[in-house]
Design a protein around this ligand. Structure first.
Ligand code: HEM
Length: 481
């Protein structure tokens, strides 16, 4: 019997899901929680039988959803972290394993790979339109060479030891161990080092200095409950059904599910970003009706202040940090949080219902699960632009085309979303080579439409490469031959 993927608010020990969770890789329904990771990209060089034998053996090291839960319980009871392991494959990986096509995951983007800019995606579900090629506006020529060449799969290793040196050593040892066992089977083409950065309140931040990882779909009731403690969920329901992120694994048994993975190495120009924010703040102060600083201008770009406070929320006592319990019902014209702000583009919280009369469930179904991690030194004020700093963006979803690509293409990169002349997402919006972005429109005074200021803000995040992958069920990986 198949599991019911329409379900929300389940619990990890739900008896109906034990077989599914034994087979499902961890880090999907809940983040693995370790602060350090290595992303080991590889390309098979062996024959398909040898490759399969290695994968079947390696599958016993993968952390399942239930395994992750057991590890968390041990850790909370005073134990140590254990190494967390995921394995994901690209479409060429399925080919190199000699898997019959009927067992390949079906998503069109997965099948084509991220480098194929010619394939046409149906990115707008309604109206007259032509399916579009290169919806992300990527320029593969600018990618790092390892991402330009073939990637068959990626192994994610994560750990948090007692000290940074112990963690680094253990993860380096694991990568060496992997390299040795892969001799004659696969070449390691790239290892990306990720680490969680935190502010002085121990909240996770990204390189521009903003709290990150706040809003994510929640699959377990206990995780939703955490959200409840942090401000409630009366104005934003973060619960999500399993089919937001899971699909049936075509190669597994009846209890086998997997997820599609979008991987993008996004470099951040920290110095350039803050310089431009200074300019935006000066322009807003001059032309608007309110004196503002760069931090405020940053909140207009991101949709939240550096400490995570949503810019759309202000009570009698000043800013009220409702954490994630907010929507834009009291800001239908984008005068508090501009329509182009990153969090509003990527989660319009009701805007598409108001603007297009589209059912709330459609907007909800675009949500992605973010499991990315920062790369590069923690230096929030570097001397030069485009340093080795950024985000190893990872999103998980049931459909790459309908979720990640839709979000990036139809929302972030679209100057006409959600209204004409909204402009692109100032953080991650990307136009095609040679196209010049139009200025976005910024509220000159919080909540007041009288003075709007035009100002162009974009270009401080660039993509250095990526791939679409699938994280199969453990059952499938154990029984390849
Ligand atoms: C939220 C930063 C790339 C999708 C956020 C937040 C920050 C942030 C600071 C607010 C905190 C939170 O809710 O977790 C960044 C940076 C990026 C980046 C610095 C690149 C370097 C992307 C991309 C996408 C994306 C490429 C997808 C196309 C989202 C989503 C949210 C979010 C869905 C949650 C919105 C909500 O539910 O309110 N991001 N992000 N981000 N970001 Fe990004």
């Amino acid at each position: 019997m198949s599991a019911n993927l329409n379900q929300t608010n389940i619990e990890i020990d739900d008896p109906n899901f034990q077989d599914v969770f034994t087979n499902l890789q961890g880090n999907i329904l809940k983040g693995h929680g370790r602060d350090h990771s290595r992303h080991v990209f590889f390309r098979f060089i062996g024959n398909s039988d040898e490759n399969c034998r290695w994968v079947e053996k390696f599958a016993s090291k993968i952390t399942s959803t239930l395994g992750q839960e057991q590890q968390t319980r041990q850790y909370k009871a005073g134990g140590r972290h254990q190494v967390f392991v995921n394995l994901m494959l690209s479409c060429s990986g399925y080919q190199a394993l000699g898997i019959k096509q009927k067992y390949w995951p079906q998503d069109l983007a997965f099948r084509s790979g991220m480098k194929d800019l010619q394939v046409r995606y149906d990115t707008v579900p309604r109206g007259d339109h032509q399916p579009k090629s290169n919806p992300l506006n990527d320029d593969v020529q600018q990618w790092e060479s390892a991402f330009r060449s073939d990637i068959d799969g990626m192994i994610l290793l994560a750990y948090a030891g007692d000290s940074p040196s112990e963690t680094d050593q253990l993860l380096a040892d694991k990568v060496t161990e992997l390299k040795n066992e892969l001799a004659g089977i696969a070449e390691i083409t790239l290892v990306q080092v990720g680490h969680v950065m935190r502010n002085d309140k121990a909240q996770v931040i990204e390189h521009f200095g903003f709290v990150d990882g706040v809003s994510n779909p929640k699959f377990f009731f206990s995780d939703l409950n955490e959200e409840f403690k942090n401000g409630g969920y009366s104005r934003n329901d973060a619960s999500a059904s399993l089919n937001t992120v899971l699909v049936k694994d075509p190669g597994g048994d009846g209890n086998s599910y997997g997820t599609y993975v979008t991987y993008r190495k996004l470099q951040q120009n920290i110095k350039g970003f803050w310089k431009k924010l200074d300019l935006l703040a000066n322009t807003l102060s001059e032309l608007g009706q309110q004196k503002v600083d760069a931090e405020y201008a940053g909140a207009l770009c991101v949709g939240r202040f550096k400490d995570g406070t949503p810019i759309s929320e202000q009570g009698n006592d000043g800013w009220s940090n409702l954490f994630n319990n907010f929507n834009y019902d009291d800001d239908v014209d984008g005068l508090r949080c501009p329509f182009h702000a990153h969090t509003r583009k990527t989660n319009p919280r009701g805007d598409t219902v108001r603007q297009f009369n589209s059912p709330p469930t459609i907007e909800q179904s675009r949500r992605i699960v973010r499991r990315g991690i920062s790369f590069g030194e923690k230096n929030l004020a570097p001397d030069s632009e485009w340093t080795e700093a950024g985000l190893l963006f990872i999103s998980l979803q049931a459909s790459i085309v309908d979720q990640f690509i839709f979000m990036q293409h139809t929302w972030c990169n679209n100057e006409g979303f959600i209204r004409k002349k909204t402009g692109i997402d100032p953080l991650v919006g990307q136009l095609a080579n040679g196209e010049t972005p139009q200025p976005q429109s910024w509220p000159g005074k919080w909540g007041n439409g009288a003075s709007k200021v035009d100002f162009e803000f974009s270009g401080f995040v660039r993509n250095l490469g990526g791939e679409y992958l699938f994280m199969p069920s453990i059952h499938f990986l154990r029984h390849l031959s």
